[in-house]
Design a protein around this ligand. Structure first.
Ligand code: PMP
Length: 391
C-alpha cells in the first residue's frame, strides 16, 4: 500500500504524528520466510468442506452474524480439549479476528492512561502498538543477552516496582523462538498475584497474558500456560489459527481465561466482530483439525534439518548464533565480534530479496529471523546463505 504523507490540516492525534504503519510486505516474492505461517495450503480434503460451509453461510449474510458465536466457542473448547487434554467451558473462551484483535481487547479492557504493561524484549512488534493505542505505558524488561530467556528474578523485581496492570509473556517467543517454562510462568504469576497495580483498585492484580501463537510447534514436554488457568484467575492464554492451523488468511484468534476476564473483554469487543463466513469456515475446519495440523510434524522435522545445516556455517570465520527454538522459525545472529554485525542483517535481507527469498530483519541488533518453509524453500534459503557467506 502507498504511504501518502498525512497533511497538516488533519487533526491526527499528536502522539501519532510522524509514525509509520505496521510494516507488511505485500509485493509477491517467490519464497516468503518472513511471517511465520504454515507454508502448506489447507489440505484438499478440508477444502471441499470449507467451500461448502461458505456456500451455506452466504445465504444468510443479509443478517448480522451470531454475535455470541456460541457454536464456534463450543468447537474451539473441544479443539483445545483434544489437542491439550484440558477441559474448558464456553464462558472461559472468547474469539476475534486474529489474536491481534484479542490482544487489543486485552489492552483496551485492562490498560489505559496511568497504567503500565511489562513485556520481555525482544518481543512481538505489535505490543508497543497495543500500548500506544490504549494509552498504556510500556515497560520492556530485556531478556538475557544471546540466550533470550526471561530472568525471573528481574521480572519479579520489575513487577513489584512498576505495578503493571498487564504482563505479557510470549511463549514460544517471537522473534526469538525461546519458550518460558511452566515453573518460570508460575513464579511470575505468583509475584503478580501479590503486587499492587498502579492506577487501579487496591485489590486489583495484574492480568498475565501468555501469548501462545506458536505453541503448536513446541516440544510437548514444554507444557502450556493452559495448565495453570485453574490455579490463577488473572491468567489469560491467547491462541491463534494463523500459524500451525494454516488459517492466517481467515483471521481467527481466541483466548482462554476465567469467566470474569472474558466478561471484561466483552465490554470492549466490537459487536458482530466475527463474520458469518468466518464462523462457518472455522467450524468446518475445526471438524477436521487433525488434517489441518498434519504438516506440523514435518515442519518440526524440517526445523531440525535447517538448524543442523546452520551449525556448520560461518561468516568471516565466525559461526552464526542460532537461538534454540520451539517455534516454526529460527532467530539467527551475526557474531558481535564482526565489526559491522549490526548492519549485516540488512545486507543479507537485500541479497535474499534480490534472489527471491524474503526474510525478516527483526529483534536484537545483528539478528534476523526465518520461518521454516517447505523443504525446497528452506534449501533455497540455505543455498543463498552459503553463497553469500562465500562472497
Ligand atoms: N502473537 C504473536 C507472538 C505473533 O507472532 C502473531 C503474528 N505474527 C500474533 C500474535 C498475531 O497473530 P494473528 O493476529 O494472526 O492471530
Amino acid at each position: 500500500m502507498n504511504n501518502t504523507r498525512i497533511p497538516q490540516h488533519l487533526p491526527l492525534r499528536n502522539d501519532l504524528v510522524g509514525l509509520q504503519p505496521y510494516e507488511s510486505f505485500d509485493t509477491p516474492v517467490p519464497v516468503r520466510l518472513n511471517t511465520n505461517e504454515n507454508p502448506y495450503a489447507v489440505p484438499k480434503t478440508v477444502l471441499r468442506a470449507v467451500v461448502d460451509a461458505v456456500e451455506h453461510a452466504v445465504k444468510s449474510v443479509n443478517r448480522y452474524p451470531n454475535d455470541g458465536f456460541y457454536e464456534l466457542r463450543v468447537r474451539l473448547a473441544d479443539y483445545v480439549h483434544k489437542l491439550e487434554g484440558l477441559k474448558f467451558s464456553v464462558d472461559q473462551l472468547i474469539a476475534a479476528n486474529g489474536s491481534n484483535e484479542i490482544m487489543l481487547e486485552i489492552f483496551q479492557a485492562f490498560g489505559g492512561p496511568g497504567r503500565a504493561c511489562i513485556s520481555f524484549s525482544p518481543a512481538y512488534s505489535m505490543y508497543p502498538r497495543f500500548c500506544r493505542d490504549s494509552f498504556t505505558e510500556l515497560v520492556e524488561v530485556p531478556r538475557v543477552p544471546d540466550k533470550f530467556t526471561i530472568d525471573v528474578d528481574k521480572a519479579a523485581e520489575k513487577i513489584v516496582e512498576v505495578g503493571p496492570s498487564i504482563v505479557v509473556i510470549t511463549s514460544p517467543n517471537n522473534p526469538t523462538g525461546t519458550h518460558t517454562s511452566l515453573d518460570d510462568l508460575r513464579k511470575i504469576l505468583e509475584v503478580a498475584q501479590n503486587a499492587r497495580v498502579k492506577s487501579a483498585d487496591a485489590n486489583a492484580r495484574a492480568v498475565v497474558v501468555v501469548d501462545e501463537a506458536y505453541a503448536d510447534f513446541r516440544d510437548p514436554t514444554c507444557g502450556t500456560g493452559l495448565e495453570l488457568l485453574e490455579e490463577f484467575p488473572n491468567l489469560l492464554v491467547v491462541k491463534t489459527l494463523s500459524k500451525a492451523f494454516s488459517f492466517a488468511g481467515v483471521r481467527l484468534g481466541f483466548a482462554l481465561a476465567s469467566p470474569g476476564i472474558i466478561s471484561a473483554l466483552r465490554i470492549v469487543r466490537l459487536p458482530y466482530n466475527l463474520s458469518t463466513v468466518t464462523q462457518a469456515v472455522v467450524i468446518a475446519a475445526l471438524e477436521r483439525a487433525p488434517e489441518m495440523l498434519e504438516a506440523v510434524e514435518e515442519i518440526k522435522y524440517e526445523r531440525a534439518q535447517v538448524l543442523e545445516q546452520l551449525k556448520h556455517l560461518q561468516y568471516q570465520g565466525e559461526s552464526f548464533i542460532v537461538v534454540p527454538t520451539q517455534a516454526n522459525f529460527i532467530q539467527i545472529g551475526f557474531s558481535s565480534n564482526l565489526p559491522n554485525f549490526q548492519q549485516l542483517p540488512e545486507k543479507l535481507h537485500a541479497y535474499m530479496l534480490d534472489n527471491g527469498v524474503l526474510i525478516r530483519k527483526v529483534g536484537a541488533p545483528g539478528y534476523f529471523r526465518i520461518t521454516i518453509g517447505t523443504p525446497e524453500e528452506n534449501q533455497r534459503f540455505l543455498n543463498l546463505l552459503k553463497s553469500w557467506v562465500a562472497q
